[in-house]
Every structure is written in C-alpha cells, then in structure tokens.
Design a protein around this ligand. Structure first.
Ligand SMILES: [Zn+2]
Length: 162
C-alpha cells in the first residue's frame, strides 16, 4: 500500500488527546503537517499549553502508531511558532467538547471587544445557563478551569482560551 500524507493523517487522527479523550490530536491542532523526506515520515507538532505533561505521551504515541502501521523511520519536529491557540479548534470540535461536558473556549479574537473588568460569561455545557461561577482556576490540568453551574447545580470544566 502506498502511504500518502493523507494516510498518515488518518492514523494520527486515531490518537486521542490524553487529557480530552473525545478529541484527537489532529482536531486539537497539535499535528501541524506531515510530509515525506525520502523514506522518512516527518510530523511537525505544536504543543498546546506550555507545560502540558501530555505532550511527551503524545509524541510517544505518534511514533508508536506510525511504526505499527508500517512506517520505517519517523521524525518529530516540534514547532513553537505560531504558538498554539484555542482558535484552531473548529466549531465541530468545540461541539464535541461541549457534549463531553467541557465548556468550549471562547475565540480569543473576540476578547478585543470584551472589557477586561467584566467577568467572562462562561456557559454551562449541560444547560447553557450563564449563571456560573469560577470554583478554581486549575482543575485536573492547567488547561482547564473548574466552574459550577448555579442553575443545574453541576460542576463542569471550562477549556481556557489562549
Ligand atoms: Zn447548568
């Protein structure tokens, strides 16, 4: 079977983000590009939130997955510019987050129109209510904040925008 960039991307989209198991690393925008250099497959990746410990695991998973599928040599290149932003998550991806019970990030470009002093309206992923309050800036990971919905009385996580 002839491997193309598209085939490789297909394999990579089977790898789920260890912290958000409903999203794969392609949807997350972690995989930036795939190309061949002679026999070698080169995958460029951009880390999400700096210091996310999951990156190490993701790198191992990429190499393992491609080897499993018959790629001989795999090289990972980490690219830091442009920096990863939650704006790379498309609407379908955000919907998946919401269905999983995580309030999706706001688009950072919208922030220019928001007064810094105004608290952001974070909507509850279960009932869409804006009657929510911040419980803790850090939940299980640095990427998410813990909120509480005052309408349906459920705690939920908010995927912080960067
Ligand atoms: Zn709610």
């Amino acid at each position: 079977m002839v491997m193309t960039e598209q085939t490789i991307l297909g394999y990579l989209s089977e790898i789920l983000d260890p912290e958000i198991p409903v999203l794969n690393i392609v949807e997350m925008g972690i995989v930036r590009s795939v190309f061949f250099e002679n026999e070698k497959v080169v995958v460029t990746i951009t880390p999400t939130y700096s210091g996310c410990p999951a990156m190490r695991m993701i790198e191992d998973n990429i190499v393992e997955k491609l080897k499993e599928n018959g790629c001989g040599e795999v090289e990972l290149k980490t690219v830091y510019t442009p920096t990863w932003t939650t704006d790379w998550l498309n609407e379908i991806t955000k919907k998946k987050l919401q269905q999983y019970g995580i309030s999706p990030p706001h688009t950072t470009s919208d922030n220019h129109f928001v007064e810094i002093t105004l608290p952001k309206k974070i909507s509850c992923p279960y009932c869409q209510s804006h009657q929510t309050s911040l419980k803790s800036d850090f939940s299980s990971t640095a990427c998410k904040a813990m909120y509480y919905c005052n309408a349906c009385l459920q705690p939920f996580e908010y995927f912080k925008e960067i």
